[in-house]
Design a protein around this ligand. Sequence first.
Ligand code: SGN
Ligand code: CA
Length: 545
Amino acid sequence: MICGSLNRWLSSIFATAILYKIVFMEKLQSNLFFPLAGVAAIASLASCAGKQKPAEQQPLNIVYIMTDDHTAQMMSCYDTRYMETPNLDRIAADGVRFTQSFVANSLSGPSRACMITGKHSCANKFYDNTTCVFDSSQQTFPKLLRKVGYQTALVGKWHLESLPSGFDYWQIVPGQGDYYNPDFITQDNDTIQKHGYITNLITDDALDWMENKRDKEKPFCLLIHHKAIHRNWMADTCNLALYEDKEFALPDNFFDDYNGREAAAAQEMSIVKDMDMIYDLKMLRPDKESRLKSLYESFIGRMDEGQRAAWDAFYGPVIDDFYQKNPQGKDLANWKFQRYMRDYMKTVKSLDDNVGRVLDYLEENGLLDNTLVVYTSDQGFYMGEHGWFDKRFMYEESMRTPLIMRLPKEFDRKGDITEMVQNIDYAPTFLELAGVKVPDDIQGVSLLPLLKGEKPAGWRRSLYYHFYEYPAEHMVKRHYGVRTDRYKLIHFYNDIDAWELYDLEKDPAEMHNVINDPAYSEVLADMQAELKKLQIQYNDTDFVK
Ligand code: SGN
Ligand code: CA
């Protein structure tokens, strides 16, 4: 009897110990998402038990690839109408694709500042490209990662005016950078010129840092910021002949009349009116003039003899054909659109190839399973929608930005993530991934639960947006607004006072401003309240009119 109860007692202790082990090990497994915390937990277990030390969990690396002006329409993992991007598709196919991904301010410098701080422009104070200098003494996620032992590096376009800080290594292009034989600013504040094509050179630098310059004992966070595919879309010589046989249908709203949308009517980013025949479309002739001709000449003036010969061999016949045919009216509009699409795609091709180089490197060096690979852009872009190129507006094509991620092995999440996310969310995501407590003043939300396959209750129902760069190039008026799953409310202010409301379900192309439609009065009241709530939450009340 005693023996029997002793047995039961012993076996119940044994069962409890097994249960404890399972629960504890599961906890450790889940700590793989918080690798440093996981290491600490393992270390304390080892010292308590005074026994053998389990194998160390490897902290996770971050490779963040951000391009300039690469819009989701031009990635086959998002949109199959135009071009193939097999390497980007590899990231999406092996990982996740965010279908509702947006920026907070659709312009390079501001977008980069939002991304690196995890805060809206009103909080990081970098409002526009033309008047701001980033206060580099402020908190950024690379600085916080560095504090917990990460190696951090940045290569490529920075565009925040002050020099980078918080990186063990950096090498950036001045301002927008050049496509051919570009200058780079080195960490000792020297300017060097490199020979070659920008997208290859930035990738070379990234691979060189991973292979030869970093401390391989430490986890790393590498930011690869491409200059491509920024205007004026200059392709590498090896890609010049691509896509020339392709003809694309003009978007349905290419000849938009902007009825009911005063700010849209006032912009200067029309393919028909504002796209420059020489600078943007490369139709250079000695006897022809254009506003941006000398800028274009300075760009092609950087080429060496071989590059220039290849350039001229391709463009020469295209130029001759264009001036000989001399298209007019709608034919000219169509001609401009086709050339724009082809040049843009050729520039994307280099980018896609170079993303492939980075993925191959990670794979060949056994790093892929231990690294979060992120691909995004500083904003979306118009590919003829509303008749436009460029970005800035809170309308869909430019407020959206592509976001795909290849996840470390422990994350088994695959496929689409449909929650609304914004570029202020990247900083808290990377911090949480590294086991760093996300500081309270960060305004973004960590995406880690989504990457773990959770469906967090109470995910945000709306996004806030604010664009400030006016008066400026392209003349997009200042505006702020709110977007929910279904509706968008925008207020254009400053030298205008115009409100717009869109029903994205019925009108995804945002052609019908329903601000004065009585059928939407309740929606309007709800959206106005939501906007106010966000402006208070983000402390952006100075601009409320
Ligand atoms: C340059 C371009 C603009 C573009 C801005 C901002 N003009 O000024 O078309 O909107 O950059 O782009 S150009 O004549 O210099 O090409 S951003 O992506 O850097 O914000
Ligand atoms: Ca950009």
